[in-house]
Design a protein around this ligand. Structure first.
Ligand SMILES: [Zn+2]
Length: 499
């Protein structure tokens, strides 16, 4: 990278940020865009509800995790130090978010004839692999619910002491009528229900909105996952897990809590009730929620045959970065409809950005163009301004693509210098710290498949030994089987993909 270019962008990034203004995020609690102000200096605590690991993450789950990753990247780009905690729900999430139905882990275990422990380990691993493929920065803390049972029991004890709990035949419940401001996040009606919500019948619950903190193991059965507690053997409620783990790692009050919008009326509402009941303090300053993803206009479901995972897509030959780009094209608060046509468009866009970056790396052009330098910095500022405005990714990408078109034309006409290209390249890589599209990959020389590399070496040996028949046969094989064309140059053998 040209030294001149890099120092300029680096020096300018302070100016880029100054022009971009502060980070504003839509806070579900206040229904307003608010400037992010940390509780402590430049430090931000951010909690994200993790996957219930009884099955693959679907592309709707993954959309939420990519959104959280972009949020973290934007905050870090703006100089905040983010402590990102994402839990793994490996017990206690029932088929209904409102504490009815069966534990999802047990369902997964039965389906695959494994123990709940094996299931959770298996799907946790696959989930973290998917996240890495999507270039999601690994959260600093990834606590598992099953490793925090004592913290949860302590929290129930505290709530019990403060008079928030009662016991029924099937568990320990939180009494929502005792909770001041219950339902404020979702703006629930008095009684704690969403307008028109279906009321489930549990005659021992004092109010339909009350929820389980601890569920007893059914009498006479032994679950794969159960623990002793002062109230009887059983397992924790899903909402309790997130309260216990978020406060353990981020404090009684912390900055940002994220998740999908489906968490607002029950899961996050109940997290607030428990946490604020236990501590008497405000739980979270900013609640940030991503909208749903649907597939071909319909809700994803295994029964509809449209339950898509990352492998569904990569098995068809798509790169995970195409999916990431697809997500970024839509604002995180808008419902996103996944179609393969949309993914194709995202793939084409990804190809053109990668091609642009590769070209910038190789460009050896004409005279210095002062306009390019000014435009580069202006683009950086515009891009960041869009991202800082409630993560306006569609606008930020539009800014970037106008810039790419313009600079491509300048390169076609050789109206910019090599140093100009290096500076633009550096901006692209700087902005990719926010987008996470792994653009620097297009600067790396593509590696040969292992088998092909072996053949190239064998051909070299054959040539040195004067066995040209064999050398030519290997050359043809590389062309036909691997689509690779060899070129003998004074610097040795070079190869390229046949286009
Ligand atoms: Zn949660």
């Amino acid at each position: 990278m040209g030294r001149m270019g890099s120092s300029r962008v680096r020096l300018a990034s302070a100016a880029i940020l100054r022009k971009a203004g502060p980070v504003r995020i839509f806070n579900t609690l206040t229904r307003k865009k608010e400037v992010i102000k940390p509780l402590k200096d430049k430090h931000l605590g951010m909690y994200a509800c993790g996957l219930t690991v009884y099955d693959f993450a679907h592309i709707g789950n993954l959309r939420t995790y990519v959104f959280e990753d972009v949020l973290r990247r934007v905050l870090e780009f703006n100089g905040f130090r983010v402590k990102h905690v994402m839990n793994i729900t490996d017990v206690g999430h029932l088929t209904s978010d409102a504490d009815t139905g069966e534990d999802k882990m047990e369902i997964g275990a039965r389906r695959e004839r494994k123990t709940a422990w094996e299931i959770s380990e298996h799907y946790t691993e696959l989930f973290l692999e998917d996240a890495a493929k999507l270039n999601i920065e690994r959260p600093q803390v990834i606590p598992k619910a099953t490793q925090h049972i004592n913290d949860m029991i302590k929290l129930i004890r505290l709530l019990e002491k403060k008079g928030y709990t009662y016991v029924t035949d099937d568990g320990v419940y939180f009494d929502t009528s005792k909770s001041k401001g219950y339902g404020k996040l979702a703006r629930l009606e008095p009684g704690g229900m969403l307008p028109g919500a279906r009321v489930e019948v549990n005659p021992q619950k004092k109010s339909p909105s009350d929820f389980a903190l601890w569920k007893f193991s059914p009498k006479g059965t032994k679950r794969d996952m159960e623990w002793d507690s002062p109230w009887g053997a059983g397992f924790p409620g899903w909402h309790l897990e997130c309260s216990a783990m978020s406060m353990k790692y981020l404090g009684k009050t912390f900055d940002i809590h994220c998740g999908g919008i489906d968490h607002i009326p029950i899961h996050h509402t109940n997290e607030i009730a428990q946490s604020e009941g236990a501590t008497g303090r405000k739980f979270v300053n900013y609640w940030v929620h991503a909208a749903h993803l649907i597939v071909d206009g319909r809700r994803m479901a295994k029964s509809s045959g449209n339950f898509y995972t990352l492998s569904t897509i990569t098995d068809k030959g798509y790169d995970p970065m195409s999916l990431r780009f697809f997500y970024l094209q839509a604002h995180y608060r808008r419902e996103l409809n996944f179609t393969y046509e949309g993914l194709d468009a995202a793939r084409n866009a990804m190809n053109s950005i990668n091609e642009f970056v590769r070209r910038l790396g190789e460009y050896d052009g004409g005279k210095d163009n002062v306009g390019v330098r000014a435009l580069t910095l202006k683009t950086g500022a515009r891009f960041t301004k869009a991202m800082n405005d409630d993560l306006n990714t569609p606008e930020a990408l539009a800014v970037l693509f106008r810039f790419i078109t313009h600079v491509n034309r300048l390169m076609d006409e050789r109206r910019m210098s090599r140093a100009n290209a290096r500076m633009v390249l550096e901006l692209m890589l700087v902005l990719d710290r926010v987008l996470g599209l792994n653009l620097k990959r297009s600067l790396e020389k593509e590696a040969l498949p292992e088998q092909a590399e072996k053949l190239v070496k064998e051909r070299e040996q054959a040539r040195k030994a004067g066995d040209y028949v064999r050398a030519d046969a290997i050359r043809n094989r590389l062309r036909d089987e691997f689509n690779i064309v060899l070129e003998d140059t004074p610097e040795g053998v070079k190869w390229k993909k046949r286009s």
